[in-house]
Design a protein around this ligand. Structure first.
Ligand code: C2E
Ligand code: MG
Ligand code: MG
Length: 754
């Protein structure tokens, strides 16, 4: 698998044909140039050519054999038969003459001379037979001599031909004449001559026959040799062709099977997600086309995979790795850190007040800020470091392999964190407006403070919240003690959810008096009667309620309870004039329906709204001044007044305060507690009182614990007080008793003064 974050590179090449021995390479290259169809056609043409060649050679072999047989029989055996026939005819002539001569008798002629006479009929028949034989001999000889003759044969034949002519003319024809004339002596002579000729010509005939035999043998020999040659040639041609066809067939099969195997392998690789698999393409056949298509598909799949990978692992806005990819890399970094014993760090970066910009200036501007921030963070890092965006304005930087010393690693991480804070702090332009913003960073070192991804991120997150809590634009390292506290806080949150339905919440009342100890009213302060922890003060749970949103139902309950109490007091003359201050948290106040909720509660409880005071803090009212003013004015219309709680701890200016319909400034306890010793606190308090006078609003000091403090405050012009001096926050019954005592003391004072 390729590493997440590194989009797959798609590499494909056309591989050059492999080279073997030259001819092989040459044929292969030429052969592979053609399509599979053409290659198959070539093989078939070759097979047809080989078959034709073999058939041709077979025909040639048959022709050769035929010629040899023809030569042996027609040219040699037939002449031998003719010659032997001639010899038989000559023999026959000889016998005819001897038979004629044997049938002799003595005849006495007219001259009384006795002479040997032949049998007339037999002599006549013998003459006829010899005449027929002459014709037959001539015919046979003509048949023999009509062939084309070899030179040696021609010489011998010429000799025999002249002998044959003389034999006929000198022996046979005279014999016929003598037989017809019944001339015994002449016949006797002719018979002798014929015998002599036979004797002379027989060796010639035998020589001629022998020559034919020799020539027949030679022809047979030649025929046999030609047959053998043809047979070996055919065999060699057959073997050669078969080898050639086998070779081409092997190339063909390999050129199909091997690329197909590569196609299969490539498919397998691609199916396993390896889109950079090398594809070798040889030749230009159908399989190569498949390979080309596969190559195109591979690169397309690679692109798609890269796009999918980008979508799955990168934040589309900043192009930074997203949470998933960060987790992968964190896991790798944790593994590496366990192996190489090198420290790394996770920096959780959160822009300060990003929500204000995003909501106030629009999401496009917010996006622009996030992109610019991403680039700025990246500019502070090494190539090997990772910066990811988790969502919203949360970025995470992962620093790997810092060093093997925890202390030094912390210093290095802090240095990079500072660099990031510095670069984020630089002014930028948003929607053509110069803008400055800051960030808070939480740092967690690994592996010491987290061996799992979730722990690391959680710890860095906790540290980041600590940085936020300590004033923003700063960085904090994760400290396990903070985590313990936060875990306890988490448990508290779970329990707080049950507090309201299980009626564990209670209202305490802290009296507010004037400089004559006259009771003006009270501030309602929330308490949580925890089943195991006992009474829990709001300092421990209001912030949790605020963050979890529980403050909305809790705040509504407080307001309703306070109003019900006010309504109840209004029923009796002693308490009818009491004012009740209710604390309103930021989240509660920012609910869109806050004003209508207060109206509904006040109507439902039927209170005199001029007796209800809502305490807001500076940071709350300054957040979205326009909206705040609208809501405050709407509530003012109902007769409800506002008190600015913890005044002096925020940064509100006179001009901002001027816009707000406030009835009272509540000097924070922190100025009151040291007012007798600390001159500057006294100056601040004096300034606040001066501001209140300028604004035309009343002023009350909270946390007044001693008579000295009260006296200083009175001297400075503050005539209303809240604090332990007048009374601690207490349960309703107790408060009412205290109030009743104060009222009666008041009455008796008035009476005595009258
Ligand atoms: P706060 O509104 O400024 O309330 C005054 C706090 O000062 C109270 O603390 C009170 O007990 C304490 N205090 C008053 N006089 C003295 C004094 O002489 N010496 C000392 N050391 N402390 C004094 P508490 O009751 O713990 O409330 C703390 C904060 O919790 C309140 O500050 C207020 O901001 C918040 N809170 C209390 N009840 C509610 C509530 O119902 N709703 C909301 N939203 N916040 C509440
Ligand atoms: Mg208050
Ligand atoms: Mg206060």
């Amino acid at each position: 698998m390729f590493k997440h974050g590194d989009p797959p590179s798609v590499k494909t090449t056309s591989h050059p044909p492999r080279t073997g021995w030259p001819l092989h390479a040459l044929v292969r290259r030429a052969y592979l140039k053609h399509s599979l169809g053409k290659r198959l056609a070539m093989l078939m043409v070759l097979a047809a050519a080989v078959s034709a060649l073999l058939a041709g050679m077979g025909i040639l072999g048959l022709k050769t054999s035929n010629e040899s047989l023809h030569e042996v029989y027609e040219h040699r055996m037939v002449p031998v038969r003719e010659l032997s026939r001639i010899q038989q005819l000559m023999m026959s002539n000889r016998l005819i003459l001897q038979v004629a001569l044997s049938a002799v008798h003595v005849e006495t002629g007219p001259a009384q001379a006795a002479r040997l006479a032949l049998n007339a009929d037999a002599a006549q028949a013998s003459a006829d037979a010899i005449a027929r034989n002459i014709e037959l001999i001539s015919a046979r000889w003509a048949a023999y001599a009509s062939r084309s003759l070899t030179p040696q044969e021609a010489d011998q034949a010429a000799n025999f031909a002249s002998q044959r002519a003389r034999y006929i003319e000198q022996a046979l024809r005279p014999a016929i004449v003598a037989l017809r004339a019944n001339n015994y002596a002449a016949v006797q002579r002719s018979a002798n001559d014929a015998g002599q000729f036979f004797e002379d010509m027989a060796p010639q005939l035998e020589a001629l026959s022998l020559l034919q035999f020799n020539l027949a043998q030679a022809a047979y020999q030649t025929g046999t040799e030609r047959y053998q040659r043809t047979r070996w040639l055919s065999l060699a041609a057959l073997l050669g062709s078969m080898l050639m066809m086998t070779w081409l067939g092997v190339i063909l099969i390999r050129s199909i099977v091997r690329p197909l195997q590569r196609v299969i392998d490539t498919f397998r690789q691609i199916s396993m997600g390896r889109y950079d698999t090398l594809i070798r393409i040889e030749g230009a056949d159908e399989v190569s086309e498949v390979m080309h298509a596969l190559q195109a598909m591979q690169s397309k799949l690679g692109d798609d995979e890269a796009a999918i990978h980008k979508l799955a692992f990168y934040d589309p806005l900043t192009q930074l790795p997203n949470r998933r990819l960060l987790r992968d890399r964190l896991q790798l970094a944790l593994n590496a850190s366990a192996r190489n014993q090198l420290y790394g760090a996770v920096l959780m970066i959160d822009l300060d007040n990003f929500k204000t910009i995003n909501d106030g200036k629009g999401h496009d501007v917010g996006d622009d800020l996030l992109v610019q921030t991403a680039r700025r963070i990246q500019s502070c890092l090494r190539q090997t470091d990772t910066v990811a965006r988790l969502g919203g304005d949360e970025f995470v930087v992962m620093l790997e392999s810092l060093c093997n010393d925890a202390g030094l690693a912390a210093v290095l991480a802090e240095g990079i964190g500072e660099k990031i804070l510095h670069t984020i702090r630089q002014p930028c332009v948003l929607a053509d407006q110069p803008h400055e913003h800051t960030a808070s960073i939480g740092i967690c070192l690994f592996p010491d403070f987290g061996t799992t991804i979730d722990d690391l991120l959680k710890h860095a997150d906790l540290a980041m919240y600590q940085a936020k809590a300590t004033g923003r634009d700063t960085q904090r390292f994760f400290d396990p003690q903070i985590q313990t506290a936060l875990e306890a806080r988490l448990i508290l949150e779970v329990e707080l959810r049950q507090a309201l339905p299980q009626h564990q919440l209670e209202l305490f009342y802290q009296v507010q008096v004037d400089n004559t100890q006259h009771v003006l009213g009270a501030e309602v302060l929330l308490r949580w009667r925890h089943p195991t922890r006992g009474m829990v003060g709001p300092a421990e749970f209001i912030a949790i309620a605020e963050e979890s949103g529980l403050i909305v139902p809790i705040g509504e309950w407080v307001l309703r309870s306070a109003c019900e109490q006010l309504r109840h007091w209004q029923g009796s003359p002693g308490t009818a004039g009491l004012l009740l201050s209710v604390n309103v948290s930021a989240r509660q106040f920012r609910q869109a329906d806050f004003a209508s909720l207060v109206r509904r509660i006040s109507e439902e409880t039927g209170i005199d709204t001029s007796r209800l005071k809502l305490e807001l803090t500076e940071s709350l009212v300054l957040h979205n001044v326009d909206d705040t003013v609208t809501k405050m004015k709407a509530l003012n219309q109902l007769g409800i007044e506002f008190s600015m709680d913890d005044f002096g701890t925020g940064y509100s200016s006179l001009s901002q305060l001027n816009k707000l319909p406030i009835a009272q400034l509540k000097i924070d306890r922190s100025f009151v507690s040291h007012i007798t010793q600390n001159r500057s606190d006294a100056v601040i308090v004096q300034t606040i009182i001066g501001m209140a006078n300028n604004l035309g609003v009343t002023v009350i000091a909270e946390g007044v614990e001693t008579e000295e403090q009260r006296a200083v405050l009175e001297r400075l012009g503050c005539l209303s007080y809240q604090g332990y001096l007048a009374g601690k926050p207490m349960p309703l019954r107790e408060f009412e008793t205290v109030v009743m005592q104060a009222i009666s003391a008041d009455a008796s004072t008035r009476e005595s003064s009258q």
